[in-house]
Design a protein around this ligand. Structure first.
Ligand code: SF4
Length: 480
């Protein structure tokens, strides 16, 4: 695709300075390159977007895919058949990084057999200087690299890469303003994620996110509400409001807004039937927010509230700013105001100095979680925890991790078992990936359900009776 655009200087000269007009302009320029290539090759150009990590990254990938689709790229199911491959990376754990490096090794062979292939990397990993140095040294066949603060600039950066044929690297250390209204695709027809804020100010001592995603910035409420109204007009019934710490939404905006108020405003949008949000930091979960959850009939009775560890010394070293007692009191308060609430959490095992997990097990037994993401602590260079003494031996961590699972999983199973024989409202999302004879969806409390039902119910909220349960999902039958 090299040197296709002859007058690059003129293209940049004509580019509007303001966003998103500038990126929409470069989308058009990329589209004309793509069209010329397609004519030359006699086939469509294909893209493959691979996502690592959390829901925020998955949502960022929807924006990447939306911009690439507007440029004219068709979808490739596999990397082997793609003309443009982009990895949206994660650096929260070491194994996510290792997987990216491992996959990049494989892409070298693809690039050998197809030198026209363009390879791009973006996301959290790219915000680390050591990673950029490694890519320049060992993976020089990567064509385009950008970070979390300039994802919106993909069209401009890709244009530079395609039109000059040169490697393009742009990593910004500081975030700029939030750019709205760029194209995006949705992976699901009836539910959608909506970013309400970016970044994190909490600096938990094990976490790399504040260093790679920057300080907290909230989107303006009118932009969020307009996006949700447009989604509702397009048939979306359920929205999930996303942020690293949604409970501190609104800080720094020049209007009278916080997350509780935003929830009430979203609740007033006609056609939206369900509202979810994640993630919540326990230290910022206000009474005002609990009351908004209680009062807003569309807000689902579910909260994802990471506690990470139960021991107060460990929580202090983690810089989590709450104690075990605070956390239990908070979950009690949630249950007293919203009795049907399902609480899910994140649990980390093996933080420096955490030789036993008795307090963690105590919280699990007392709160009775409906689900949890469980992780083994992963040392992240650049975080305070990486240089702490008392890093725990892997064998001890493994034993403690197994104890956490042995305590947690039977409770999740029991909670699911209590649902057997009862009828719940389910948003039927699609046919099940595992069994196309079944539909799949979520209960209001976020429990995953696979059920016998009519294909006509897809995209509707329907009554489903739970007939059986497993640890991580339930089974059911639609009531007619
Ligand atoms: S709240 Fe803590 S764990 Fe979550 S993203 Fe921020 S620093 Fe990381």
């Amino acid at each position: 695709m090299n040197d296709i655009y002859n007058n690059i200087t003129a293209v940049y000269g004509d580019a509007p300075p303001e966003e998103p007009a500038r990126q929409l302009y470069f989308i058009e320029k990329c589209r004309s390159i793509v069209e010329k290539e397609e004519k030359r090759l006699g086939r469509k150009l294909k893209k493959c977007v691979c996502t690592f990590g959390c829901q925020m990254n998955a949502h960022d990938s929807e924006k990447i895919e939306g911009m690439l689709e507007e440029m004219g790229f068709a979808d490739s199911k596999s990397e082997e058949n793609a003309d443009f491959i982009i990895y949206n990376t994660c650096c929260v754990r070491e194994n996510a990084e290792n997987k990216v490096y491992g996959n990049l090794g494989m892409l070298k062979h693809l690039k050998k057999s197809n030198p026209e292939l363009k390879i791009a990397l973006c996301g959290c990993m790219m915000q680390q200087e050591s990673v950029i140095n490694t890519i320049k040294e060992k993976y020089s066949y990567v064509d385009l690299v950008f970070g979390t603060h300039n994802l919106y600039k993909l069209p401009e950066l890709l244009f530079s890469c395609l039109s000059t044929g040169k490697n393009t690297f742009e990593i910004l250390q500081e975030h700029g303003k939030i750019v709205e209204d760029l194209p995006s695709v949705r992976h699901f027809r009836y539910k959608a994620s909506v970013n309400i804020m970016y970044g994190c100010d909490n600096f938990c001592s094990y976490c790399i996110v504040p260093y790679v995603r920057g300080r907290e910035r909230s989107r303006r409420p009118e932009d969020i509400l307009n996006e949700i109204k447009a989604l509702a007009d397009d048939g979306v019934l359920e929205v999930c409001l996303l942020g690293q710490n949604v409970n501190s939404y609104g800080k720094g905006l020049d209007c009278d807004i916080n997350f509780a108020k935003l929830l009430r405003m979203v609740n007033d949008i006609p056609k939206i039937r369900r509202i979810r949000f994640m993630t919540s930091h326990p230290k910022d979960l206000s009474d005002e927010l609990i009351f908004a959850m209680r009062d807003c009939e569309k807000v689902c009775p579910h909260i994802h509230l990471p506690f990470q560890a139960g021991n107060n010394d460990i929580l202090k070293k983690m810089n989590r700013k709450y104690t075990k007692e605070d956390y239990i009191a908070l979950t009690d308060k949630l249950k007293s105001h919203i009795p049907e609430i399902a609480i899910t959490t994140d649990i980390m095992v093996g933080f420096p100095g955490e030789y036993d997990v008795e307090d963690t097990l105590d919280i699990i037994r007392r709160v009775r979680f409906s689900g949890a993401f469980t992780f083994i602590y992963s040392k992240r260079t650049g975080t305070p925890a990486a240089v702490m003494e008392n890093q725990v031996e892997p064998a001890v961590v493994k034993k403690n991790f197994n104890r956490v699972l042995e305590t947690l999983n039977p409770i999740i199973y029991e909670i699911n078992k209590e649902k057997t024989g009862k009828t719940y409202k389910v948003l039927a999302e699609d046919y099940s990936d595992h069994d196309p004879g079944l539909l799949t969806g979520r209960l209001e409390d976020n429990t995953l359900i696979h059920f016998k039902g009519s294909g006509n119910s897809i995209g509707k909220i329907t009554n489903v009776k739970v007939t059986d349960c497993k640890t991580f999902y339930v089974l059911g039958e639609e009531e007619v």
